[in-house]
Design a protein around this ligand. Structure first.
Ligand SMILES: [Zn+2]
Ligand SMILES: [Zn+2]
Length: 166
């Protein structure tokens, strides 16, 4: 799985090299980042650290946005040195010009709520009162024979076939 991140890092470097018509030294890439941050660029060490947990939860956006975001920090540092602001115009130029991505300043889904899949169960109570969004764990228990009842109408809750992400 980290291979996809390595591939994306390399693709970002090739794009930057084609754009600026000069080579850039490849960074050391580590996956030892935990917690809220998706990625961190260590400028003077030419090193990138990525959060595999957040990668698993947001794979497509992570590859597209986060990897380019962090690579752009290293490219900006190689081009302009330490005097620039982290998310200043030089970094934004690389995000827009080289990667054609919106330069979101913060490392977005680091602060995003985790999305959860819900399985919609119903009883016979009218409208939304009869709707029960189950977690994947609870939905799995039902598949194993566990039953849940509505306290009001006393009916066994049954899966509607409907799922949604909250
Ligand atoms: Zn940043
Ligand atoms: Zn009910």
């Amino acid at each position: 799985m980290p291979e996809q991140i390595h591939d994306r890092v390399e693709a970002c470097y090739l794009q930057a090299e084609a754009f600026f018509k000069r080579p850039f030294p490849r960074p050391e890439v580590s996956f030892k980042l935990r917690g809220q941050k998706a990625g961190v660029a260590h400028l003077t060490e030419n090193k990138l650290r990525f959060n595999l947990q957040l990668y698993r939860e947001n794979q497509q956006d992570f590859l597209k946005q986060t990897v380019a975001h962090e690579v752009a920090h290293l490219i900006a540092h190689q081009l302009f040195g330490l005097s620039i602001q982290a998310h200043g115009e030089e970094w934004q130029l690389i995000m827009r010009g080289v990667y054609e991505l919106p330069p979101h300043r913060c490392h977005n889904y680091a602060v995003q709520r985790r999305q959860v899949q819900r399985y919609i169960y119903r009883c016979t109570c009218p409208d939304t009162k009869g709707e029960f969004p189950f977690s994947a764990q609870r939905h799995a228990l039902v598949a194993k024979g566990r039953r849940y009842f509505c306290r009001r109408c006393k009916v066994t809750l049954s899966f509607t076939g409907e799922q949604r992400v909250e």
